[in-house]
Write a protein that binds this ligand. Sequence first.
Ligand code: ADP
Length: 439
Amino acid sequence: MNHILVRTVVVLAWLVLPAGIVYLSVGADAGWAVFVAGLLLLLGYHARNLGRLLEWLKRPDPDTVPGTIGIWDDAFAYLHRRERRHRQKRKRLRRLVLRYGQAGRALPDGVVVLDAQDRIEWCNEKAERRFGIDAQTDVGQPITNLVRQPEFVDYIVAGDYSGPVRLRTSRESGLTLSVQIIPYHGSQKLLLARDVTQAERLEAVRRDFVANVSHELRTPLTVLVGFLETVRELQLDPDRVRSYLGMMADQANRMQRIIDDLLTLSALESAPEPPRDERIDVHQLIERLRSDAEALSAGQHRICLEVQGDFDLLGVESEIAGALSNLVTNAIRYTPAGGEIRLLWRAAADGAAFSVVDTGVGIEPEHIPRVTERFYRVDRGRSRQTGGTGLGLAIVRHALLRHQASLDIESEPGKGSRFTARFPGSRVVARQTSIHISA
Ligand code: ADP
């Protein structure tokens, strides 16, 4: 303020000084005339700069701040600095809002910001897809106009947001959402919609699995307990007792096999990734599979080997051997006497394939996609008769998956089946040639 006062006094002094000189040297009239002319010039200067200021204020841009001299120059320089600072601040804020918007969009959950009256203020793309909201046109709409499931409407009306509510939607091929409202900043609300479809499916699988295991173990256990009570309660001759004991041993073995297979599955699930530097000698493994198959078949089937691939596999030998052995055992169990079983090892598109081809009972097409599920059997009686647990193909699928391999099943009822384990190129290596040095 003082600064402005001093400058005003200086300007007035510059007006008074020449006017005074003219007043003294030429006369009073001339002196006044010079003073008035000076005043008019000063007025013009202020009026012009005021006009420029008003013009600039209509579109304040720091790059177009007018330049001038005197006190107005200071004012314009100040405006220039202030406007530049504002611009930078606005830019920073815009960037911040943009970044928060991007973070909101990147969230895996659907997010909707609601006002105090539960009207939509903002939502991300996930929420748009999950609830069918349009982020542009639905702003200001009450959320219950768009999400109309009664459970959700009740949840909003009750206003108790201490826990989430589960909603099933028909969108995105049937999702289950866990929706939770989080109040913030007084009456604002944040709606979070988490996709729990997979978790729910896993929970259902776990429940079914526990029920299946209980059922599978309860059956032989009931038989076992029945025999035990019979032997304990009744006076039986030793031959009958021996025969009962034999049947009890069968049931106990059955339980043992189920538990062994369950442990194998669980070990496969928790084992670390199979190494890529451990070689499995596939030729030797197939030879072993053939002799095991012949022992199991006891001469009832013709077993042929067709090994064309001159390469080995990389991975865990016990897992691959277990998986392929399951396929061979199944082929024998599901092929009537007199049938043929072929074991093939050959190159395949980008890798190698091991196939077991049988001329057995085959599988109806509708069962094929399900036979690798735990405890799924096409013919329960036949499976049980031949000592099956219903877990063999589940173990095969798991062991192969761990080696990035897949299982293909082709089958025709009454004609036979072909089970093919396909290994990717990353798991296949050329065979090491063994050198024999004869003495
Ligand atoms: P299981 O112990 O019952 O054999 P698996 O998991 O090994 O259990 O097989 C699941 C089901 O797939 C079997 O119950 C059987 O119905 C069918 N299956 C498996 N292998 C063959 C095959 N080679 N030929 C016909 N059916 C088969």
